[in-house]
Structure formats: structure tokens, C-alpha cells
Design a protein around this ligand. Structure first.
Ligand SMILES: Cc1cc2nc3c(=O)[nH]c(=O)nc-3n(C[C@H](O)[C@H](O)[C@H](O)COP(=O)(O)OP(=O)(O)OC[C@H]3O[C@@H](n4cnc5c(N)ncnc54)[C@H](O)[C@@H]3O)c2cc1C
Length: 415
């Protein structure tokens, strides 16, 4: 039996950022990862850092939109499994009940604060640690082909302006000047100039290396298989090879979080939201910045000598096999917006699982049942973007320091 000061479960974006900020605050960290650290559900993601993303998924109008999308299964950016699993059905009901204006109004301030803290922390961390990870602060440009989607984009820009965040609305001429790869069918755009992008796998590998240098003990191929509890605390954590007596535990196992703590009687409403990516060699006309294709909800990211497309959200099981049908759909969608070579030199296809909560907010805080367990999960489509802010919050919570903003909407006992 080993002792551990802070034991982090999960070596993805959230676990590694938590480890980094805990170490910076002077704590000793042990990290347990089921498979390989720095991969998880982030390595093949779009790499977008998006403080502009302040509206939660659970918002009025999303259910009719999702139903409309699903009527065109070949091109739909959304899909869902059929299952009678009670946890899934409860999640769907909670999601439906969360699609209200009140939920949006609760979410906007906390997503704004966490997004801005994260963006600031990214800039500082990458500069201080001298990470070479294709970090580009050229913003995220949304492209639109239809008047109705462009109107939604202008509305979103207005919401950002109300909170003092930057967003530039571009007419057809301006959008083609800003993005020469855009096809004539693109009629307008919104440039979220406070956003940025990076190579997620490269960034996380550098972060893993750095936390090891800072003294973290990282155990890979070490799935947590069980716990022992005593007097409202986690007293032991088991893996097949080693066991630990931790002072504090951080649960950052993404879409697997509910399964990891299954015996502990906690309600963690997180479902896997599968998405896909394809990464190729640079095309002849590379986009000048990270893009989001408005109607199709597909992301495009230039990554040095590579280009990546990502898309689709499927409420799914935990399978991470890339589905060729959806990979082809993503590629078709990109061809509607930007110039692409006839043949793409595809290097990798990938699938990952977004840990998705019913109200569209992450779960960050001390467990209502075990006072030495901190939950940090449920970041859905923002687990990279909100990583450094979440890492800082986890360290503050572990050290009993008052966080810089009101984190009440993120509390684990809100469901
Ligand atoms: C197609 C796609 C595109 C995306 N694009 C973006 C984007 O541009 N920007 C953005 O911010 N986010 C994006 N996301 C979302 C982002 O990737 C996720 O939110 C993020 O990966 C979640 O991080 P996490 O650390 O919570 O979970 P993960 O990255 O999944 O890490 C959890 C880790 O826990 C480990 N684990 C599981 N079980 C155990 C166990 N029993 N014991 C120990 N360890 C365990 C897993 O192996 C895994 O490594 C995208 C996601 C997808 C699928």
C-alpha cells in the first residue's frame, strides 16, 4: 500500500491540468491512467480554445433542431443511440428539462469566467513552459452559407458583445478576404478573435512531460478498479497492481467517470458524446485560421503541415472506433465551404468521447458524499478549452482557497 498526497484519476486534459496546477501550488501528485496518459478524448480533437463558447448545449430550440438534423442521417451532425438504460433515460429527461432560458442565463456567467481564466492560463502556461504546440491566436472564424444560420451567428456575436467579448461580423467580401480558402457559396462569417487553437496531442504530451519533471508519479496502464471508504472519506484506491492510501482524490476520468466510481453511490450524470476526426497532410490551399462551418457544425484546424476536420456528436456507448460513414460525411461537409484537393492524403481517423452533462456545464467541486473527493468532469465539447481553468480551480478547491469567481453553478450536488 502506497501513500499519496493528491491522487488524480485520469490522464486526459482535465487530469493533467489538475496535476500541473496542484504541483505548482506545492502539492505532491500521483496520477493513475487506465491506458496511455495525454491521449484520452483530446488527442484527436479540434484543438480549439474557445472563450467565445458561452452558451451551453442545453438551450431552448436545440431539441427541434436535433430532430430536424436526424431526419437526414447521412449528413446529420447529431445522432443518438436507442437504449433503455435507466441512467441514459434519466440523462435524456434531465437534458430536456434543462433546455430553458433560465439554464442559459445560469450558464453564461460561469462559462464566461472559466473560459477567460482558461484562455489566460493557456497563454501564460505555453509561454512560461516554452511549449512548441502550433499555438495560434488568430481566432476562430465561423463560415455561413445560409441567411438563417448567419443571423444566428450575428445573434451570438451580440451576446458576446454584451459581455465585453470580441466578435467581428463579416459580410461576404470581408469573409473572403479574411479566409481566401472559402468558396463563393459562403455568404458571411463571424470572427471570434479572442479564440485560439493548438495541436492537442502535442500540447498534452508536453504537459505530461512537464508534470513528470515537476515530480508527479504517473502510473499508466493502471485502471482504478475500486475504493474503500471510511467516515465519509475515500481511504483506499485500488488498481490491479498497486493500491494507495490518498489524502485527497481528484476524479478526472472524462466519459468513464460514472463507471469508475460505480460502487460509491454517487450521482454523476455524464454520458459519452462520441465525435470523429480525420487528419491529413497539408492541402494546396490551407485555411489561414481555425474554422467552424456554421450549418454543418464541423471544425477545421490547420496544424502546421497537417489539416484536421472534426465533427458529429452522438450520444453513444464507450466504443471509440472511427465510423467510416461519418468520417466521409465530415469530409463532404468541408467540401461545401472551402477549397480542398480532389484527393486528400489522410494520415489518421479517430473517435473520442465527450463527457456530456445534461445542463451543459462541467461538474467541478467536492463530492457531496466524500469530503476528500474532488470531481472534475463533464466538460463535453470544451474539455481542452476549459482545461487550464479547471486545473486551477481543482488546486484552489484542494487547497481550500476561495476561487476567483462564483463556481456554485458547477457544484456536483446540483442534479
Ligand atoms: C471530435 C471531438 C472534437 C473536440 N474538439 C474540442 C475542441 O476543439 N476544444 C475543446 O475544448 N474540446 C474539444 N472536444 C472535447 C474534449 O476533447 C473533451 O471534453 C476532453 O477530452 C475531456 O477531457 P477529460 O480529461 O475530462 O477526459 P478524457 O480526455 O477522456 O480523459 C479521461 C482519461 O481517464 C482515463 N480513465 C478512464 N477510466 C479510468 C480508470 N478506471 N482509471 C484511470 N483512468 C481512467 C481514460 O483512459 C482517459 O485517458 C472534442 C471532442 C471530440 C470527440
Amino acid at each position: 500500500m502506497n501513500s499519496a498526497e493528491v491522487l488524480v484519476i485520469g490522464g486526459g486534459s482535465i487530469g493533467l491540468h489538475a496535476a500541473y496546477y496542484l504541483l505548482k501550488s506545492g502539492r505532491k501528485v500521483t496520477l493513475l491512467e487506465f491506458k496511455q496518459a495525454a491521449r484520452g478524448s483530446s488527442s484527436g480533437n479540434a484543438g480549439h480554445i474557445v472563450p467565445s463558447h458561452i452558451v451551453p448545449l442545453a438551450a431552448p430550440g436545440i431539441i427541434p433542431t436535433a430532430i430536424k438534423w436526424m431526419l437526414d442521417p447521412k449528413n446529420s451532425p447529431f445522432g443518438m443511440k436507442f437504449s433503455l438504460d435507466p441512467a441514459y433515460l434519466r440523462w435524456l429527461l434531465r437534458f430536456a428539462l434543462s433546455c430553458t432560458e433560465a439554464n442559459v442565463q445560469t450558464a453564461i456567467p460561469v462559462l464566461t469566467s472559466l473560459g477567460l481564466l482558461s484562455a489566460e492560463n493557456f497563454t501564460r502556461l505555453i509561454a512560461e513552459e516554452k511549449f512548441d504546440c502550433h499555438y495560434r491566436d488568430s481566432g476562430l472564424l465561423f463560415l455561413y452559407k445560409t441567411e438563417s444560420a448567419f443571423a444566428d451567428g450575428r445573434h451570438e456575436a451580440e451576446l458576446l458583445h454584451q459581455r465585453g467579448l470580441p466578435a467581428e461580423v463579416l459580410d461576404s467580401a470581408a469573409v473572403h478576404t479574411r479566409e481566401p480558402a472559402a468558396l463563393p457559396e459562403v455568404i458571411g462569417g463571424v470572427h471570434f478573435t479572442g479564440d485560439s487553437s493548438l495541436h492537442p496531442a502535442r500540447y498534452l504530451e508536453l504537459l505530461l512531460k512537464r508534470v513528470k519533471q515537476m515530480g508527479a508519479l504517473v502510473y499508466e496502464n493502471s485502471p482504478v478498479t475500486g475504493f474503500e471508504t471510511r467516515d465519509g472519506r475515500i481511504s483506499k484506491v485500488f488498481t490491479p497492481a498497486v493500491s494507495f492510501e490518498p489524502q485527497q482524490v481528484v476524479l478526472a476520468a472524462g466519459a468513464w467517470s460514472p463507471g469508475v466510481v460505480i460502487g460509491l453511490g454517487l450521482d454523476i450524470p455524464v454520458q459519452p458524446g462520441r465525435g470523429y476526426s480525420l487528419t491529413m497532410k497539408a492541402t494546396q490551399v490551407m485555411p489561414k485560421q481555425a474554422l467552424l462551418l456554421g450549418e454543418r457544425r464541423v471544425a477545421v484546424t490547420p496544424l502546421g503541415d497537417q489539416l484536421r476536420f472534426t465533427g458529429r456528436l452522438e450520444l453513444s456507448n464507450h466504443d471509440t472506433t472511427p465510423n467510416p460513414k461519418h468520417i466521409a460525411g465530415i469530409q463532404r461537409a468541408v467540401r461545401e465551404y472551402i477549397q480542398l484537393d480532389d484527393e486528400l492524403d489522410i494520415l489518421e481517423t479517430w473517435a473520442g468521447l465527450r463527457p456530456t452533462t445534461p445542463d451543459g456545464l462541467p461538474i467541478i467541486g467536492i463530492s457531496p458524499k466524500y469530503d476528500n473527493l474532488i470531481l472534475a468532469t463533464g466538460h463535453a465539447m470544451l474539455g481542452l478549452s476549459l482545461g487550464p481553468g479547471t486545473g486551477q480551480l481543482v488546486a484552489e478547491i484542494a487547497n481550500r482557497v476561495q476561487p476567483a469567481f462564483d463556481v456554485h453553478p458547477l457544484r456536483p450536488d446540483r442534479f
